[in-house]
Design a binder for this molecule. Structure first.
Ligand SMILES: Nc1ncnc2c1ncn2[C@@H]1O[C@H](COP(=O)(O)OP(=O)(O)OP(=O)(O)O)[C@@H](O)[C@H]1O
Length: 571
């Protein structure tokens, strides 16, 4: 909102606002104040050229064309808004449906949208106007429907992009239903670009109305809009040019205003973020010791390759995490660390084929769809911290809103109690001035603070497992230390187990109890963190050899992992 206000206070913003106010006044007051001048016939003054008395001249019945142009504002603008509304509403419905349908049906709808888009827009409008007839209503429906494919494509693309973001994954992890996720997380984030495009599209819609009315297919006498006036004036373009230029100016200026409004809205779009969950009680619940938090046996995850064949990316992984244990998964990029963690969290999408002998989180079978009660438990007991804190927080919601969401939803905590808990969680991860930070949007926090806010999100429930997927990769070294300290504090406070994913074996060995080394979808070695020196697998030793220390000869290149593993170039 601040961004919008700032943009509107620029000279361009003020000019656009003033123009829009003028158009709104003409639409509201024109038919009231000028109806008489616009409709009174005066045969003596017929077809006069422009003069001081009649700046746009008069028509063949002696009616003042300036008055008629002003009066026509209302119908022109209403028809434009009506048609744009139809395009947007139809586009949102079709676009969201296209984005959520199963793969085959989605392809069908997308192909239909693509075919519609391949026709020039005005051609579609002409086609529809033949169906609905040459009336003002028919033109509005025709232009509105012709615009639906444009918005359907925009919405399906935006929805698909938002649906794969970390904060939507996080919302799913917190047990948010599809409807709630769409309304709370997807819609607010596709709304700004949608509004921007709607404003820009309105100018095209206005021009299309003018075109249809000009062709005699739109508004019919005795009604008149700017296109109709342009049509009538064009017949006298050589003798009384203002009869056509007058309505033409109205069309162009209003169209430019709509375009500029779209431009201004796009400039003021905030860049955003989102985070957390909670519970009321004053004393922080400590999970009971007992069975393993995570039990994974023979996990296999496959994705379809470009040629349609299934490619196994995780191949037979076994993993057990005890309560409170800190386990690290290390391995080079593409080794399957994240996919393993996402499978544990139940966050892999339908594109992944997950098979396993056993995939259990605290008694919940993660291979099948969880029940409502299990979803609630998962929302409170699992926390996920992704690599990029900016993309893991919903940019459209305040930090406080994101922190309190899960506790209010799943634990039934009151808003006041959840807010107090959120402030407590932020202090716990050492974010100063929690009340102020809770009111801010994610982009107003620094990168390290955002990551710590994500950790605080996990503290709002009763976390049994915190999955941190490369939580410090995007941060500089000092901030990395703060984030790792926050993670350690979180563990001490809650007793939660931690699954830390990283390619940095030094970071993992300093933080974890146990290390699991993955390569090419397979676990190649398991080690106690304090026994790195005893690593046996050449790949693990290669990873260790790549970590520089105080004794490293800086004039020599570090070993390359693959080469180190193959040639066993090891310390
Ligand atoms: N949605 C997906 N569709 C197809 N392939 C995928 C998908 N997600 C992951 N993969 C593939 O699975 C393999 C393992 O990916 P994963 O993200 O687990 O690697 P990683 O070890 O976490 O590496 P990084 O540190 O780069 O994230 C990669 O080859 C990746 O391309």
């Amino acid at each position: 909102m601040t961004g919008l206000r700032r943009t509107l206070l620029t000279p361009q913003g003020v000019a656009v606002l003033a123009g829009l106010v003028l158009v709104a006044l003409a639409a509201a007051l024109g038919p009231v104040l000028l109806e008489h001048a616009a409709t009174t016939r005066n045969i003596a003054d017929r077809q006069l050229p422009a003069s001081w008395a009649h700046p746009f001249g008069t028509d063949e019945l002696g009616r003042d064309l300036l008055a008629r142009t002003v009066v026509a504002t209302r119908l022109s603008v209403l028809l434009t808004l009506g048609a744009a509304g139809i395009s947007v509403a139809g586009g949102v419905v079709l676009g969201v449906v296209a984005a959520v349908l199963p793969r085959a049906a989605r392809r069908l709808v997308t192909a239909f949208i693509d075919i519609m888009l391949s026709f020039p827009w005005l051609l579609l409008a002409l086609f529809f106007s033949v169906i609905w007839g040459a009336t003002a209503r028919g033109a509005m429906l025709a232009i509105g429907f012709a615009g639906i494919p444009v918005f359907a494509r925009l919405v399906s693309t935006l929805t698909a992009a938002v649906a794969t973001t970390d904060y939507v994954h996080a919302a799913r992890l917190l047990g948010s239903s599809s409807g709630r996720t769409a309304v709370r997380h997807v819609l607010p984030n596709i709304l700004p670009p949608l509004v921007v495009n709607t404003a820009a599209h309105a100018s095209v819609t206005l021009l299309s109305f003018a075109a249809l009315s000009f062709l005699g297919l739109g508004v019919q006498p005795p009604e008149y809009d700017w296109g109709r006036l342009l049509n009538e004036g064009s017949k006298r373009i050589y003798t009384a040019p203002m009869a056509a230029i007058g309505p033409g100016i109205a069309i162009v200026l209003t169209g430019v205003l709509f375009s500029l409004l779209g431009e201004l809205l796009s400039q003021s779009r905030p860049r955003t973020v989102h985070a957390v969950t909670a519970q009321d009680g004053s004393s922080r619940p400590v999970p009971a010791e007992g069975d393993a938090v995570v039990e994974v046996t023979d996990l296999r995850v496959s994705f379809r390759g470009d040629d349609g064949t299934l490619v196994q990316r995780v191949r037979g992984v076994d993993l057990t995490i005890a309560p409170g244990e800190v386990v690290g998964i290390v391995g080079e990029s593409g080794s399957g660390k994240s996919v393993t963690a996402m499978a544990v969290a139940g966050l892999l999408g339908p594109e992944a084929l997950v098979e396993s002998e056993r995939l259990v989180f605290r008694g919940i079978d993660m291979t099948r769809r969880p029940s409502a009660a299990e979803r609630r438990r998962l929302g409170l007991e699992e926390a996920m911290i992704f690599q990029d804190p900016l993309s893991s927080l919903n940019p459209a919601l305040t930090v406080g809103r994101q922190l309190t969401e899960a506790s209010e939803t799943h634990a039934g905590t009151s808003h006041a109690a959840a807010s107090a808990r959120a402030a407590e969680a932020l202090s716990l991860v050492r974010i100063p001035d929690p009340p102020r930070r809770l009111r801010q949007l994610p982009h107003e926090l620094s990168g390290g603070m955002r990551q710590r806010a994500m950790i605080a999100t996990g503290l709002m429930g009763t976390p049994r497992l915190i999955i941190a997927d490369e939580p410090t990769t995007a941060l500089d070294v000092t901030v990395q230390r703060q984030v790792m300290r926050a993670l350690r504090d979180a563990r001490e406070q809650t007793g939660a187990a931690i699954l830390l994913i990283s390619h940095d074996i030094a970071l993992v060995s300093g933080f974890c109890d146990r290390i699991v080394v993955m390569r090419d979808g397979v676990v190649v070695e398991r080690l106690a963190a304090d026994r790195l020196g005893e690593a046996e697998h050449p790949y693990t030793r290669g990873l260790i050899a790549c970590v520089p220390d105080m004794r490293t000869d800086r004039s020599r290149a570090l070993p390359v992992i693959g080469v180190a593993a193959q040639e066993e170039v090891l310390p």
